[in-house]
Ligand binder design. Structure first.
Ligand code: NAP
Length: 271
């Protein structure tokens, strides 16, 4: 299943690779591609671009059928560093282009327009098909959308975190959210009793209900698992649908306090 964003089809479920060292990242990506995943999410900061790229190169699936996202680390946000670090990412990934290049976190001392300007230049040269941002607040993403054709804002999103403001910004611009930590980093969501109860009616798990709830909002989801059976479970969400009542009941679980990823360098989220 794809999600259509500004004329580009993006595979709705991607395999996450944060905190996965190279060897297990290779195995996870190779296994995910064999299951039918067509979207791989990596980053300069993850230290596994080489392994992810090798798994994509070794797969039976042609490169042009796999969506590859990488992210420019904060220390590389100045325009020259965007270029050199992205060119290094492409070498690591063993590819001529990525499908999506994101700035990983907002950076206070480099103007958004400068970083995105350098990323758009790379897009015009064919080194990335699209550009986007990650961990941007409502006002930051509004500014980003003014200066570049952003495809997505990749942010934490799951049933326990209310992201209605960012969804409204996305709707106003025409971009879509990408949900990282769609299972709240494994905390609480896969065991949530309301999600489990709704899942029972569909023969699905709480984790599958959480992922399906994202897809039905046209949000891309990036679950991660070290366990092959869970990678299969997380991809097996395309054959059922939540009713509008179930969608609303799940949305009621979310609050501003539901955030699990909040490092010291994070922006003031509500600005
Ligand atoms: N842009 C950013 O700043 C940013 C930040 C965070 C994450 N991300 C991206 O988003 C991806 C996903 O986020 P995340 O890594 O926090 O992942 P997540 O999918 O929300 O949570 C992963 C955790 O959930 C467990 N899990 C996975 N599937 C499960 C299932 N079906 N049932 C029960 N537990 C399950 C995993 O344990 P096992 O491994 O034991 O299965 C793991 O501990 C990352 O890998 C990365 O690619 C981006």
């Amino acid at each position: 299943m794809d999600i259509e964003i500004k004329g580009t089809a993006v595979p709705a479920i991607g395999i996450g690779t944060w905190e996965v060292p190279p060897e297990p990242a290779y195995d996870a990506v190779a296994h995910a591609l064999s299951l039918g995943y067509r979207h791989v999410d990596t980053a300069q900061a993850y230290g596994n671009e080489g392994a992810c790229g090798q798994a994509v190169a070794d797969a039976a699936v042609p490169r042009d059928q796999v969506w590859v996202t990488t992210k420019v680390w904060m220390a590389n946000a100045a325009p020259d560093d965007v270029r050199t670090s992205t060119e290094e990412s492409l070498r690591q990934l063993r590819t001529d282009y990525v499908d999506l290049l994101l700035i990983h976190w907002p950076v206070a001392d480099v103007p958004i327009a400068d970083t995105l300007g350098a990323m758009v230049e790379l897009m015009e040269e064919g080194k990335t098909r699209t550009v986007g941002v990650s961990n941007y607040t409502p006002s930051q993403v509004r500014e980003a959308a003014r200066v570049a054709p952003i495809l997505t804002n990749q942010v934490e999103y799951h049933p326990l975190l209310d992201q209605s403001e960012l969804l409204a910004e996305a709707a106003a611009d025409g971009h879509r959210l990408t949900a990282y930590s769609p299972l709240a980093n494994g905390q609480t969501v896969p065991e949530h009793p309301v999600l489990a109860e709704i899942g029972e009616g569909h023969g699905k798990t709480a984790a599958q209900v959480a992922l399906r709830w994202l897809l039905q909002q046209e949000v891309i989801a990036l679950p991660r698992s070290t366990r092959p059976e869970r990678r299969a479970e997380n991809f097996d969400v395309l054959d059922f649908a939540l009713s509008s009542e179930e969608m609303a009941r799940i949305s009621e679980l979310g609050s501003k306090e539901g955030r699990v990823i909040d490092p010291p360098f994070a922006p003031a989220w509500d600005t």
